[in-house]
Design a protein around this ligand. Sequence first.
Ligand code: G3I
Length: 374
Amino acid sequence: MTAPGRTARVTVVPLSLPMRRRQLIVIAVVAALGWSVARALPPPAAPTLQGLAAARGLRWGSAVTNDQLRDPGLRRLVSEQSGLIVPESELKWDGVEAAPGRFDFSAPDRLLAFARAQGLAMRGHTLVWHEQLPAWVKALPPAELDRAMATYIRTVVGHYRGQLPSWDVVNEPIADDGTGLRRSLWLERLGPDYIARALTRAHQADPQAALVINEYGLEGDDAKTARKRQAFLTLLRQLRQSGVPLNAVGLQAHLYANGSGPTTFRTLPAFLRELAALDLDILVTELDVNDRELPAAIPERDRAVAAVYGAFLAAVLPEPRLKLITTWGLSDRTTWLNAFMPRADGLPQRPLPFDEDNRPKAATATIQAALEKR
Ligand code: G3I
């Protein structure tokens, strides 16, 4: 194949030459061509996160928004490194049904179109949550709230029926102090059965979609995490005993590269085994590493963040029921943390695998090495 703008050079080997000499010339010409072709080819691409994950039976994903994807560099990075995307905000109730019965799927549909065009999957996040609810939902009395939930799940999951491999059906149902279920408007108005109702309705709307309960604060070795894990296991066992449709658990895995959050995960493998014993798959759904308490120097910050990625992945990658790892953003430029948990010195956080210019960091190499070991 001649490169565009290049003319092909044709070498004619005279038949009058002895056979052996003709062979030697042909071999020399082919070798020269091969060398020039190899020289023209781009260097073999570095392994991608999705490629390394897929080779080990995992999917690698990242959260994105339509706004973020206006940046061509990020579009390229997400398409190259992720095998799946999840809408960071576009599939939440306040944007999808801002007014009763008025559904607007334009924003999540744009993300799904991007995913399809790039050959990526997209998963659903999230249906029943105590955040990002429209004011009209928050004002509903119990019976109408239950009907609104039923309509919302039937309409939204039905709209994407057969297109999304999994849904975070219920998000963050456990109380932070591990005393049981979070005292959200869902629990207070509908009772603990709201979780089973949400899962059953999602299953009716799309029997093929894997149904997930997504939670944070389950990763570390501290006493508070242990309490929250037990409260979560109690809920999961009740749902299992009642035969409620549920396929997986989402560990959000918002981690911390300092003392104010989990940085060791010695007890995590045993917890994952308890989830697997309930016949549940495990998804890491919102992985990032908060560096807000670390000193400003970037090399030290990046090394500390990479070390937490490494320790966490060493704890979860051996688990056979682990199916997906999704980071909450892919480039530091898009992290939610600068808006929600800014550093005191005002410097941008560096919690993700790629930096603000989409370049790999220490964390990228650590993640690649961890995946290669699986
Ligand atoms: O879209 C509006 C925009 O029109 C408006 O001008 C702007 C200013 O008010 O707000 C925009 O909406 C924001 C939305 O993100 C989209 O950017 C909301 O205010 C803001 O609250 C929302 O924050 C998101 C947050 O969830 C609440 O939904 C974060 O980006 C997102 O990273 C965060 O993600 C959550 C997961 O869904 C659940 N697990 C925890 C995780 C972190 O909190």
